[in-house]
Design a protein around this ligand. Structure first.
Ligand code: BDR
Ligand code: CA
Length: 314
């Protein structure tokens, strides 16, 4: 089995990503670590509990609270896209207490415990991962595989013209992570997600027709993002975070990838968080694998199969 941690700013597709980490055969989800990103920090924690509850695993996976803001800059939210990130779902949160150990310490401990076998899927701003490196530079070598959702490799952003949200929110953290020497795979926003991981109405109808509590959960948590996406001309909900989990657990779904030197813009306001993805012609030593194409029907089947899992949330 694959021991992994999901580092997340839990809202919408982060919830689906956690479900994939929980329910995919062969995945051993050891912890969820929370980082400031999409929606209010405490709301994100609630969304993670809602997700564990939907997956029938409340109490089975520890939640560690991490960075409540980016390293240098004020927090920027994506509440205009995701609403509360869980489609208004609610439950009784009484008695649910996250771990007292900080997320960064948990990451370091879990890396030690896994003896070189731990993988991390980082689907929010990279603040926690950067702090782990700052605290212990060898952390980068201890992690078997870091999959990062962020950036674009055609300069098309989703929060500014130049930048994707996760790298925009904490560009200094992203720069630290790409300089650290991880074995890292990047799942970019564009063109990959926009072309191959958007679920339009026909797929969403197929998901609704599955008729499980998990498919209902999916429809709810994606509702706000669907409305936003359609209002800006994206023809469906976007799934870069669950795709990042799939890239780790189902590498056969990656049909094209290439080596790049990835660096992050921190100096300019106009291009803050821009991911410069240099290929061979620029003569820089590669530091990351960037996913360029996936088996999109295979990814859809992966998620739909997962959503068909019977659960009986209270
Ligand atoms: C990323 O930003 C968030 O809104 C999503 O959760 C995803 O991780 C896409 O830019
Ligand atoms: Ca995310």
């Amino acid at each position: 089995s694959i021991p992994l941690v999901i580092d997340t700013d839990t809202a919408q597709d982060d919830c689906v990503a956690i479900l994939a980490g929980l329910l995919t055969e062969g995945a051993d989800l050891r912890a969820i670590t929370m980082v400031a990103g999409n929606v209010g920090f405490d709301r994100q924690v609630r969304n993670a509990y809602l997700t564990l509850n939907a997956g029938d695993r409340l109490g089975a996976v520890p939640i560690h609270l991490g960075s409540r803001r980016p390293l240098v800059r004020p927090w920027v939210s994506a509440e205009n896209v995701h609403g509360d990130g869980a489609g208004g779902l609610d439950m009784d949160f009484a008695g649910l207490e996250p771990e007292t150990e900080h997320a960064v310490d948990a990451l370091l401990r879990l890396a030690d415990e896994a003896g070189g076998e731990l993988s991390i899927v980082a689907i929010g701003p990279l603040t926690n991962i950067a702090l782990a490196v700052v605290k212990r530079p060898e952390f980068a070598q201890q992690v078997k595989h870091l999959v990062v959702m962020g950036g674009s490799n055609n300069a098309r952003g989703n929060i500014t013209a130049a930048a994707e949200f996760n790298f925009y929110v904490d560009p200094e953290a992203a720069k630290i992570v790409f300089d650290a020497g991880f074995h890292v795979t990047v799942v970019p926003w564009a063109p990959l997600t926009l072309q191959q991981a958007v679920f339009g109405r026909p797929v969403l109808d197929r998901i609704a027709a599955i008729g499980t509590p998990l498919s209902d959960f999916f429809t709810r948590v994606c509702s706000s993002t669907l409305a936003f996406d359609e209002s800006v001309g994206i023809p469906g909900t976007t799934h870069p975070d669950s795709l990042s989990v799939a890239v780790l657990l189902r590498p056969d779904l990656v049909t094209k990838s290439a080596q790049y030197h990835v660096d992050i813009e921190t100096g300019s306001e106009l291009t803050r968080g821009y991911a410069a993805m240099s290929w061979g012609v620029h003569g820089l030593t590669p530091n990351a694998t960037v996913v360029e194409e996936i088996d999109a029907p295979g990814f859809e089947a992966f998620l739909l199969g997962m959503l068909a899992t019977p659960t009986t949330p209270p």
